[in-house]
Every structure is written in structure tokens, then in C-alpha cells.
Design a binder for this molecule. Structure first.
Ligand code: NAG
Ligand code: NAG
Ligand code: NAG
Ligand code: NAG
Ligand code: NAG
Ligand code: NAG
Length: 657
């Protein structure tokens, strides 16, 4: 009792504590603005996804955002990044959300938090963990009880962390978004949104401003907004700003105007053109938005990288590349662009810009060519890739059924009959998710690809071994097809018959690379038919094969290691690891991305650096020079082969029907 009274007295006499008690952030429906500590407040924010930037660079990127004149940042929390296996949580290293939030606060940036559970974000499955698909007919983003049970459990872990960083609790978080563009999703399940709203309130309290974001059209807001959640909109440059905010006013007759995603750039797809959004258009619309006194978040302010297997895809199936540069004001590598300075000039017309020096772009170094050496094929490496051994099944299982989320799985069977004449091997129901590399008795026979190549001809004798390596190229992150199962999700047929009796290997390639288990082929003589014709046609396909190389960073050059970019001259498609870190996918034969960003912290100056490559189609090693090359200049805009199918046009949200 006495202690309690003492504390109250203390609180009254210590001004700093009293100030902390009055920290508040709310919506002012009378003055049509936010109130921060009781004063009218407008945010000018930018999106940065900590999951796409190495932890060592968080501070640099945030500082550059602060110096642009932003007073807030917006970030997503990808659920699948933090809960890879049900009940196992990872908030360490590059996943250390609290460290990121603390940096924001230290630098002086407020935070607009978007914890999902669904986030879209061009991120695998829109951030939802693939293990949710264990229940085959689960209706994601709805009040499906199994989905809600998993959401409740995850949010029970995440929201208490967020609560500690709320503005009114002394942290940087001013607002928290519930779900993400829910009005664009077919389910339109108000019970789900109500459930989330109550869940967020229960964990975060009554005071915090909860909000929703939807496309700037009354149609989107219909299913996306809910009583008690402040409705905001998103739209890109070139939109009619007045009309867009009228849509928001339809849902929120009073309160601050908010564009939660003002597109400062746009996304790419493999086989599509690199998106470029002209600075002039951004400057014009941004000026209009700020001139109306509206709040704005620039999406993305820095895009970063889809390292490893984290990219998503749009439908009809079109996966996004490794770079998430987004043509944003800060490049993938955090470099300052003309767009950055132009945006800064606009912001300067509306608020003070911090004084002082801008952190410079990080220097890049061209380490040059590295000789690569052929190791074993995937099939020859099964002893180190699949420690638990294969599973035998009549019909092919999916990744989920094999408890594998990402990467590659190997499906083996034998030809049941002689195929002396070319015989169609087909996926009649388009069930190769997403790309299958097929060989017969160790000789490459061709590729099947989702939506693009559903049949091919093979020949071989009865009993010949059929190896089918299936690549998961990233799960759909937007629309009604986010239940995106991977592997052979329907039967394959040979002629008129369903192929049966499979031997299926779940593959731990990342572990094998990290632990250095991959080795050179014992039959080291390469018998790739290199008939050295003078005209060099693209090399024929070979079975998916590992390659390795190493390089030293020279002594005596100061400030090394530096950032760099890796490119693959005459290589076709695959995955690359640097010192065991899964950098991502390369696919220069399709483009538009040609080089991959290699942040400096992955490199060592004291010991040799190790590169591992899994080439899926054909390496240049039997005919040309077997090298990869480190350069100081990124190339992400070279569309070599367009796939024709266009997915998600500029600033357009499709999929409403
Ligand atoms: C923009 O929208 C407003 C409100 O709907 C309309 O009055 C105006 O004519 C539009 N401007 C243009 C350039 O289309
Ligand atoms: C398979 O072979 C048949 C007959 O030789 C041919 O008509 C067909 O176009 C071939 N299909 C493919 C996908 O190559
Ligand atoms: C494969 O075909 C069999 C026999 O027609 C069928 O029972 C099974 O459901 C099919 N499996 C898939 C994944 O399509
Ligand atoms: C598949 O395996 C079963 C059991 O081993 C066998 O009876 C059957 O003949 C096999 N089917 C084919 C097409 O090889
Ligand atoms: C590269 O591999 C060599 C040999 O296995 C090892 O000694 C070295 O530490 C590795 N380099 C790095 C940076 O991990
Ligand atoms: C790619 O971008 C570079 C640098 O901005 C530019 O010089 C080049 O013309 C672009 N190439 C294509 C094919 O657009």
C-alpha cells in the first residue's frame, strides 16, 4: 500500500515520467488528422521490409530514410519468416524484429506496423506459412477454424512483442494494420475481420490506432473495411488523387486522409520487362497528396532482396525475381538515386529536413571472374542431400505431404514400358509446381513448366530410371490461388497411362551446402558431347548439377570487403550460395534480372570465399569458360526471353471477380 502511494507521488514529480504517461497517438475526427501527444500530426513514411535487408544494413537504410525527411517507416512482418515450423519461433539475427524497432526509435523514425497475418508483399504465399496447407482444403484468410487457431497462436506470440513498442508505451509504433487489402480477396468474410479486430484489441489494448488498407475504390473498401478499424487506401502516381481520397471518404467521412501505399516503383516478374516508374510522375502526385494535407507512405522506399527462396508469384503463375529493387528511391543495395533526391525536395516544401551529411552509397567492388568446377549431379548426391532416405508411394506426394516447404524435391520412377518412339510425358492437369527437370537414365530429356510446358516427348527402354527434380519457384502471394501446393500436385501421364510407384526424396540442399558435404564427381571425366562445332548453339540440357569455386579477396586494398554483384555468363538457371548463404535464384536466360546483389558481410577477407551453384539446365563448362563473375554494376533490366503472359499490370489490382 505505502509503496503504491510512494510511486504515485514519484510519478507526479518526475517530469520525464509524466511526459511518458501522456504519450498518445490517435485519430482526430474533428480536425481530420492524427493527433500525436495531443498535437495535429501528419506522417510522411516509406516502406522498408527488414526481411529483405541484411541486419548489418538496417541502420544505414533507416538513416537514409530519415535524412530524406521521412518521419515514419512502414514494415510488414512475414509470419513464415518467423514460424518456419508450427510452434518454433525465430526472432534472431536477420529476424530480430525488436532490434529493428529499436533502431527505428533510436534514429527518430516512427513505425507503421503491418503484422498481417497475410501481407501479400511479393513474398512467398503472402507471408503465410506453407505448413497451413497440411489441411488440404483450408480456406486461408477466412474464419476457417484451423486457420484461426494457427493465427491466434502466432498473434499470441507476435502482438505482445509489438505491444511493448507501441507509442503510448514509449516505443515508435504509432499505428497497426489489420490484414492487408482484404477487400481484394474473394472470401469477404466479415467474421474473420471481426475476429482479427478483437484479437488485436485484446493483445494491444483499446488505445492503439488499428487500420486497414485497400485499393482506392468503393468496391475494394466494401469487404476490406470494418467498424473500429480506420480505413485507408492505396494508389500510385497518375491516379486521380481527389477521386482516390473520395473513395476513402466513402468509408471514413471524417479523419485523416491516408495513402498507405503510394507506389514509388513497381514489381518485376521473370520473363517480364523491368518496371520503371518515372520520377516526374511520382513528384507530381506526391506534391498533390501532401498539398491536400494527407498522410502518405511510399511503397517501397527501399525494396531490397528476396534472398533464398522468399520471392512470391502472381497468377497466372508468374514468379518474382530475386531482386526486389522495385525502382525505389533507394536501390536494392541502398544506393541514393535521382528519385531519392527529387522526393526529398518535395518533402522539403512541407516540412523541415534533417541537417547534416547524407550517408553515402556503399562502395562496390568488381572481384572479377571465378573459375567454377563441376561437382556431382543432384541424383549422384542423394546420400548427402537426403539423410532420411526416400519415401515410396503409388502416386506422387506434394512438398507439404513430405514436410518440405522450399527448394527442390526429387521424384524417381521407372519407365513401365518401352518407349522406342517419342512418347508424350505430360502433366494433363497442369500439376508441375513449378518447374520439372527430367532425365532418363541420367541423360537430360527436357523441362516441364507450370502453365508453359505441359508435355514433352521421351524415349527409353522399359525399366529405365526417370529422375524428375521439381523446383518450387515461389508461392502465389496474391488472389484466390494462394493455396499454392508445390511438387507434382497432380499425376503425370506417359502416353495414356498414369505413372505410378514413385521413390521421392525430400532434399536438404541448404544444409548440405552449409556443411560442405557436396563433392566432386568420381567419374570426373566429363563426357558432355562437346563436338566443338564452330557455330555454338545453346548447350543441350544436362541434369541438374552442382558447381563450386572459391576466391580470395586481395590483401592491401583498404575497406574490403565491399558489396558486389554476381553474374553468370552463359549459365542458364539455378540457385547460388556464397559461403553457405543462399543468395537466391539466377535466371539470366529469361531476365530481366542478370546480376544478384552480394552484400559485403557475406564475404571474408581472411579465408577463401566459397561459391556453390546448382545449375538446373546447362552450365557453359563443357564448351565455353566455366566462370562466374563479380562486377560492381547491377543489371536488372535485361529481358532476354519474355514469357508472353502478363501478370499484374502497373498499379492494377485484378482478381476481384
Ligand atoms: C478527378 O476526380 C474528381 C472527383 O471525382 C473529378 O471531379 C475530376 O474531374 C477528376 N479529374 C480528372 C483530371 O479526371
Ligand atoms: C511429340 O512427338 C510427336 C510425334 O513425333 C509430335 O507430333 C509432337 O509435336 C511432339 N511433341 C512435343 C511436345 O515435342
Ligand atoms: C492419381 O491418379 C489416381 C488414379 O486415377 C487417383 O486416384 C489419384 O487421386 C491421383 N492423384 C493425384 C494427386 O492426382
Ligand atoms: C507398382 O508396384 C506394385 C507393387 O509393388 C506392383 O504390383 C505394380 O505392378 C507396379 N506398377 C507398375 C506400373 O509398375
Ligand atoms: C570455404 O571453404 C574452406 C574449405 O572448406 C573453409 O576452410 C573456409 O572457411 C570457407 N570459407 C568461408 C568464408 O566460410
Ligand atoms: C538498363 O539500365 C541501365 C542503367 O540505368 C541503362 O543504361 C540501360 O539502357 C538499361 N537497359 C535496358 C535494356 O533497358
Amino acid at each position: 500500500m505505502t509503496a503504491g502511494v510512494g510511486l504515485t507521488v514519484l510519478l507526479l514529480i518526475l517530469p520525464s515520467v509524466t511526459y511518458a504517461l501522456t504519450s498518445s497517438f490517435s485519430v482526430d475526427y474533428r480536425q481530420n488528422c492524427f493527433l500525436k501527444d495531443g498535437e495535429p500530426f501528419r506522417y510522411i513514411s516509406g516502406s522498408i521490409h527488414y526481411s529483405r535487408i541484411p541486419r548489418v544494413y538496417w541502420k544505414d537504410r533507416l538513416l537514409k530514410m530519415y535524412m530524406a525527411g521521412l518521419n515514419a517507416i512502414q514494415t510488414y512482418v512475414p509470419w513464415n519468416f518467423h514460424e518456419p515450423v508450427p510452434g518454433q519461433y525465430d526472432f534472431s539475427g536477420d529476424r530480430d524484429l525488436e532490434h529493428f524497432l529499436q533502431l527505428c526509435q533510436d534514429i527518430g523514425l516512427l513505425v507503421i506496423m503491418r503484422p498481417g497475418p497475410y501481407i501479400c508483399a511479393e513474398w512467398d504465399m503472402g507471408g503465410l506459412p506453407a505448413w497451413l496447407l497440411k489441411k488440404k482444403d483450408i480456406v486461408l484468410r477466412s474464419s476457417d477454424p484451423d486457420y484461426l487457431t494457427a493465427v491466434d497462436k502466432w498473434m499470441g506470440k507476435l502482438l505482445p512483442i509489438i505491444k511493448r513498442y507501441l507509442y503510448q508505451n514509449g516505443g515508435p509504433i504509432i499505428t497497426v494494420q489489420v490484414e492487408n487489402e482484404y477487400g481484394s480477396y474473394f472470401a469477404c468474410d466479415f467474421n474473420y475481420m471481426r475476429h482479427l479486430s478483437q484479437l488485436f484489441r485484446a493483445h494491444l489494448g483499446d488505445e492503439v490506432v488499428l487500420f486497414t488498407t485497400d485499393g482506392a475504390g468503393v468496391g475494394y473498401l466494401k469487404c476490406g473495411s470494418l467498424q473500429g478499424l480506420y480505413a485507408t487506401v492505396d494508389f500510385g502516381p497518375g491516379s486521380n488523387v481527389t477521386a482516390a481520397f473520395e473513395a476513402q471518404r466513402h468509408a471514413e467521412p471524417r479523419g485523416p486522409l491516408v495513402n498507405s501505399e503510394f507506389y514509388a516503383g513497381w514489381l518485376d516478374h521473370w520473363g517480364g520487362k523491368h518496371s520503371v516508374v518515372p520520377t516526374a510522375a511520382i513528384v507530381k502526385s506526391l506534391n498533390e497528396i501532401l498539398g491536400m494535407g494527407a498522410n502518405v507512405n511510399l511503397y517501397m522506399f527501399i525494396g531490397g532482396t528476396n534472398f533464398g527462396y522468399w520471392n512470391g508469384a502472381n497468377s497466372p503463375y508468374g514468379p518474382q525475381p530475386t531482386s526486389y529493387d522495385y525502382d525505389a528511391p533507394l536501390t536494392e543495395a541502398g544506393d541514393l538515386t535521382d528519385k531519392y533526391f527529387a522526393i526529398r525536395e518535395v518533402i522539403k516544401m512541407y516540412k523541415d529536413i534533417p541537417e547534416g551529411m547524407l550517408p553515402p552509397s556503399t562502395p562496390k567492388f568488381a572481384y572479377g571472374q571465378v573459375q567454377m568446377k563441376k561437382l556431382k549431379t543432384v541424383t549422384e548426391s542423394l546420400d548427402v542431400l537426403s539423410l532420411s532416405g526416400p519415401v515410396k508411394t503409388l502416386y506422387p506426394p506434394t512438398f507439404t505431404e513430405m514436410n518440405q516447404a522450399f527448394g527442390f524435391m526429387l521424384y524417381q520412377t521407372v519407365l513401365p514400358v518401352n518407349c522406342l518412339k517419342p512418347t508424350p510425358l505430360s502433366s494433363p492437369l497442369n500439376g508441375v509446381h513449378d518447374r520439372a527437370y527430367i532425365s532418363i537414365d541420367g541423360i537430360s530429356a527436357g523441362i516441364l513448366e507450370r502453365n508453359k510446358a505441359l508435355t514433352m516427348n521421351i524415349t527409353g527402354k522399359a525399366g529405365s530410371r526417370v529422375d524428375i527434380l521439381v523446383e518450387n519457384m515461389g508461392r502465389i502471394n496474391y488472389g484466390r490461388e494462394i493455396n499454392d501446393f508445390k511438387g507434382l500436385v497432380f499425376n503425370l501421364t506417359l502416353g495414356a497411362d498414369v505413372l505410378v510407384n514413385w521413390t521421392v526424396y525430400s532434399l536438404s540442399i541448404d544444409e548440405a551446402v552449409r556443411e560442405g558435404l557436396l563433392s566432386a564427381s568420381s567419374s570426373s571425366v566429363s563426357i558432355s558431347a562437346s563436338t566443338s562445332l564452330t557455330t555454338t548453339p545453346p548447350p543441350a540440357l544436362s541434369p541438374p548439377t552442382f558447381y563450386a569455386g572459391s576466391f580470395h579477396i586481395p590483401d592491401g586494398i583498404p575497406d574490403l570487403p565491399q558489396d558486389t554483384y554476381i553474374q553468370f555468363p552463359n549459365w542458364r538457371k539455378g540457385q547460388v550460395w556464397i559461403n553457405g548463404f543462399n543468395l537466391g535464384r539466377y535466371w539470366p536466360s529469361r531476365g530481366p534480372q542478370v546480376t544478384l546483389f552480394v552484400p559485403a558481410h557475406l564475404l571474408s577477407t581472411s579465408v577463401q570465399n566459397n561459391i556453390t551453384v546448382l545449375e538446373l539446365e546447362a552450365a557453359p563448362c563443357s564448351s565455353g569458360s566455366c566462370v562466374v563473375e563479380f562486377t560492381d554494376t547491377p543489371v536488372i533490366n535485361a529481358t532476354v526471353k519474355t514469357t508472353g503472359q502478363h501478370t499484374r499490370r502497373l498499379f492494377e489490382k485484378q482478381d476481384l471477380l
